[in-house]
Design a protein around this ligand. Structure first.
Ligand code: ADP
Ligand code: MG
Length: 460
């Protein structure tokens, strides 16, 4: 009767190891089997088993022997009951607003395998990733990591604006590794989830398990790392995890919405560690890439929506007009197909206008610096060449400043860039011009009206 024997032994062990150790390490042990000189215990986590084995196995063996059950060996296995029953559902929730309590972690079983794959999007594979000039480097680097060979750069740091494919590439790496190297433990999570897990581990006094979990993976991928900026203790823990893995030569992949050096409130030592590996950016998409992505999506829809026809020019129009974000581009196409199949029409430019007017409005063609210069020159009746030229006459300098002001307001160009397009002026000149117009607008309603009018003209 294993448990009877164990009951007595436990009482003895309290005296040997002290009540604190007893409560933490001995009480949770379940003796599941005792025969052939082997005592087998169920433990909540692998780490737990290792710890008990290292620190208390002599005590346990000694006491078992005293109670008439000498054993040669003690074995530990992770208790089935300790495994969370709904681990997938638990970790799959990605909404940042979900309360912490709802994010019970699969920490108890202490195994990274349980976590890996929990949140992988099945369609984010290398096969479905369209490669173009703006993302070819990032793609090549991701491919290299996905080979699972020796670590050549650590970390791989991917950065770029929203919806340019960072998450897609990370999931693709995880999928590929799962296939090629099933022996590797791959853990993917967002920096936000890292933080929640950390906070929860602190609260539940499971920080050892937390550390064990993160230090036992072979590949760690943390998405949107800018999230931990300004969160001091999470950063601290992240830093230690990062270092521990790098020391063991384990691959780390990080993504962020900007370069390491540009993440505010991120500790310097973390920035510099992040920069140690390979830093690659995903550039904004170009027309060809957008068209390529649309074409590959259409292939996919063709089976799903048989019988729907797509007029020539539609994809080109979308690729031309929806320029910022691949997610929006995909959403637009999906909406077109859904709508067309509902009303039984073909997908042509009329349908596009009807169905996507909101998206098209917000992705209004972006103003160029030249258009602004031309409009302003027209309005003030000066020559376009004078906008760019060196003349300092007030009648020319003022409209020039107005144009600078509008360029800053209506485009996403930087001051140095605007300066270059105004005949190679210094960015401080541009800044001065903008400030001047700001002052004039506050002091002079005529100027404010002018600016309003010009804005309306340019944006119509
Ligand atoms: P990010 O993480 O950079 O914000 P995501 O990886 O979530 O962006 O990508 C947004 C959407 O755009 C996803 O549905 C993704 O599949 C798609 N996408 C982005 N880039 C590409 C690409 N090069 N080829 C195919 N799909 C892409
Ligand atoms: Mg992402």
């Amino acid at each position: 009767m294993p448990n009877e024997a164990w009951g007595k032994v436990r009482e003895e062990l309290i005296k040997r190891v002290g009540s604190n150790n007893y409560k933490t390490w001995i009480e949770p042990l379940r003796l599941s089997d005792l025969k052939n000189g082997v005592a087998r215990f169920e433990v909540p986590t692998t780490f737990f088993g290792d710890w008990v084995s290292r620190n208390f196995s002599d005590h346990i063996r000694g006491q078992l022997a005293k109670a008439g059950n000498p054993v040669d060996r003690i074995e530990f296995s992770v208790a089935q009951a300790a495994r969370p029953a709904v681990k997938r559902a638990e970790t799959i929730g990605q909404s940042p607003a979900a309360p912490v309590a709802a994010r019970r972690l699969p920490l108890r079983n202490g195994s990274a395998d349980e976590v890996a794959g929990a949140q992988l999007e099945s369609r984010f594979t290398f096969d479905s990733f369209v490669v173009g000039k703006p993302n070819e480097l990032a793609h090549a680097a991701a491919r290299r990591v996905a080979e699972g060979g020796p670590v050549t750069f650590n970390p791989l740091f991917l950065y770029g604006g929203v919806g340019l494919g960072k998450t897609h590439l990370m999931h693709a790496i995880a999928h590929e590794l799962q296939q090629k190297r099933p022996d590797l433990r791959v853990l993917y999570l967002s920096a936000e989830q890292f933080m929640y897990r950390f906070v929860q581990a602190l609260r539940d006094k499971q920080i050892m398990d937390f550390k064990e979990l993160f230090r036992s993976v072979d590949v760690l991928m943390v998405d949107d790392v800018q999230f931990i900026a300004g969160k001091d203790s999470t950063q601290e823990e992240f830093f230690h995890t990062f270092n521990a893995l790098v020391d063991q030569n384990k691959q780390i992949v990080i993504s962020a919405d900007r370069a390491p050096g540009e993440i505010k409130d991120l500790e310097e030592r973390i920035k510099s560690r992040l920069q140690c590996g390979l830093v690659v950016d995903l550039h904004p998409t170009d027309y060809e890439l957008r068209l390529g992505i649309l074409q590959s999506k259409v292939e996919h829809y063709r089976n799903q929506y048989r019988g729907l026809t797509l007029s020539p020019g539609v994809l080109e129009f979308l690729a031309h007009r929806i320029t910022t974000n691949v997610r929006v581009l995909e959403g637009a196409l999906m909406r077109l197909y859904a709508f067309a199949s509902l009303v039984g029409r073909e997908i042509d430019l009329d349908l596009v206008q009807e169905c996507l007017s909101d998206i098209l409005r917000t992705s209004e063609k972006r103003l160029s610096i030249e258009e602004i210069q031309r409009k302003v020159a027209e309005h003030y009746n000066v020559r376009l060449s004078d906008m760019i030229g060196p003349k300092r006459l007030r009648t020319i300098a003022r409209p020039r400043q107005v144009a600078m002001y509008l360029c800053k307001q209506l485009t996403s160009r930087s001051l140095p860039e605007i300066g270059r397009r105004f005949g190679g002026r210094d960015h401080t000149t541009i800044m001065h011009g903008i400030r001047k117009i700001d002052e004039l607008m506050a002091a002079d309603s005529q100027m404010a009206d002018d600016i309003q009018l010009l804005k309306r003209l340019l944006q119509s």
